[in-house]
Design a protein around this ligand. Structure first.
Ligand code: HEC
Ligand code: HEC
Length: 454
């Protein structure tokens, strides 16, 4: 967890003494401590059992490398050490070269204050850090009390986006999340902020995510190879990336050019935006005959052997099917679940992880589709993309394939997907009708499955 001040051991003191100490904290200078990017100790712990566990010296090396490339929470534009690459420094520092808009980052970073002209600075710490943490680890002081937990940006895994599979979100996807919030969760809407502030925050989320993923990859590299991928200049990788006419990078960098290969994924995201086949159904006519037929076809598909949406969402679609899965940032917990049945041992390991900053793992529940609350947006196209691509980072599977994303004419069932793309619209129709379908049709919980899979 991210705290500017640590009172280790206050639990052992009488409550009155502990409270006095906390109230005195600002006076004894604790609050004025400079916020720092917290090293990813959870990832280091994950690698504990690898052939080359991370040593303290290596950890220090990672921290120094990260500082040289990404600066600090107060000053993201910190350049490489002078002797490392003078050319990089002369051209505006590493962040500019990675393709970041450093002016935007500067508005979002640092402590919150208003300048003489009334411009707000420190947007991230003002609006986001108490939930997402200064480092973007999803572990700010408010986080343990929320369900779902705020997103940990460091694995670079985002859920509510228009791009296929594990592809990064587009700029517009992140912006949509900030403007609309995530319905049904504590992620608020920031619609009232001026556009330039939203833009600055989007850039800062991308920066924290690229930073966090770079760190994870360095830890993984060290754990498998026993050494760093190269000098700081090599880790940063031959930037700027060469792009084609659409602004998509032409060539995938080497794995050793860590930052460049993370940036490559962000920059190539627009190539993965799911373009649906046009909808055969008119969603502005909810009572039309065509709509009723589409809903009926979608209902069959929902319970079909092919899709088995009900295996997770339940026969009643209230989200009461399978509930033993975790989101990816608890991948260590999932390993435990499959490798170990001893509750005492599981408890011991969970606490080991919580001691280095992990939040108590929670299972991920399939959504209750009868509530009509959609985290990724409630337009038919949003639901289409959710079903086409599944939900990245969780168990909800994709029904479409990478072959169909550009709206070309590949039949997805032939390319390895489960259904044709027109049929996805029928499933969208059914999902969107669920909040209005009378439950008196019988909750299969009491009456046995409504459909036997076919
Ligand atoms: C009150 C707590 C809270 C605050 C404040 C907050 N968030 Fe979130 N945020 C969340 C939660 C919870 C989620 C996860 C929702 C989920 O998993 O369904 C989330 C998710 C996100 C996501 C991931 C969306 C995706 O597609 O995976 C982004 C990006 C994000 N928040 C950015 C921000 C930014 C930027 C700010 C500040 C301007 C902010 N959040 C403020 C709680 C918060
Ligand atoms: C393996 C389990 C699983 C299967 C199979 C599955 N889902 Fe899901 N689904 C989930 C989980 C888990 C969530 C919640 C994800 C989250 O909160 O991050 C979800 C969420 C959703 C949402 C909410 C999206 C949003 O924006 O909030 C919709 C709609 C949905 N599923 C539809 C479907 C349909 C239609 C099918 C069948 C084609 C299906 N699901 C199959 C597990 C599953």
């Amino acid at each position: 967890m991210e705290r500017s001040c640590q009172f280790q051991g206050t639990r052992l003191l009488p409550p009155s003494v502990a409270l006095t100490l906390m109230l005195l904290a600002p006076l004894i200078g604790c609050q004025s401590e400079v916020p720092y990017f917290r090293p990813n100790l959870v990832e280091i712990q994950i690698e504990e059992d690898s052939s080359e566990p991370i040593t303290e010296d290596q950890q220090r090396l990672i921290n120094e490398t990260m500082l040289a490339m990404f600066g600090t929470p107060d000053d993201p534009a910190n350049p490489f050490p002078e002797d490392e690459d003078a050319e990089v420094e002369a051209s505006g520092g590493p962040l500019t070269n990675f393709g970041f808009d450093v002016e935007k980052l500067k508005i979002a970073a640092g402590p919150a204050y208003k300048d003489a002209e009334g411009n707000q600075h420190g947007l991230y710490r003002l609006h986001c850090a108490h939930c997402h943490g200064v480092t973007g680890g999803g572990d700010g002081p408010t986080a343990p009390f929320l369900n779902p937990y705020p997103r940990d940006y460091r694995p670079g895994v985002f859920k509510y986006k228009s791009t296929f599979g594990a592809a990064k979100p587009s700029h517009d996807d992140l912006k949509r999340v900030l403007v609309h919030g995530v319905a049904g969760t504590s992620m608020p809407s920031f619609r009232t902020l001026p556009d330039n502030e939203i833009e600055a925050l989007v850039e800062y989320v991308r920066y924290l995510s690229v930073r966090g993923e770079t760190e994870i990859r360095l830890i993984e590299y060290l754990a498998s190879e026993g050494e760093m991928p190269g000098s700081i200049t090599e880790i940063a990788g031959g930037f700027p990336l060469a792009v084609d006419d659409d602004g998509i990078p032409e060539e995938e960098p080497e794995e050793e050019n860590v930052v460049a290969s993370v940036m490559y994924q962000w920059d190539s995201a627009p190539a993965y935006i799911i373009q649906p086949v046009s909808s055969p159904i008119d969603y502005s006519e909810p009572n039309s005959e065509a709509m009723k037929e589409s809903i009926a076809r979608g209902e069959k598909l929902f319970y079909s052997k092919n899709l088995q949406c009900n295996s997770c969402h339940g026969d009643s679609a209230q989200g009461d099917g399978q509930r033993d899965k975790y989101t990816v940032w608890f991948k260590w917990r999932e390993d435990l679940g499959t490798n170990n049945d001893d509750p005492a041992e599981i408890n011991r390991v969970v606490h080991q992880f919580m001691e280095v900053g992990a939040l108590q793992p929670r299972t991920i529940h399939p959504r209750n589709l009868r509530l009509g609350v959609y985290r990724g947006g409630r337009r038919p196209i949003d639901i289409y993309r959710r079903i086409y691509s599944g939900i990245n980072g969780g168990p909800m599977p994709a029904q479409g394939t990478a072959a169909g994303i550009a709206g070309n004419d590949v039949a997805d069932d032939e390319a390895g997907g489960s259904i044709r793309r027109e049929q996805i619209w029928d499933v969208v129709s059914y999902v969107m009708s669920l909040p209005y379908e009378p439950l008196s049709q019988g909750t299969p919980l009491q009456q046995g499955p409504k459909y036997t899979p076919r």
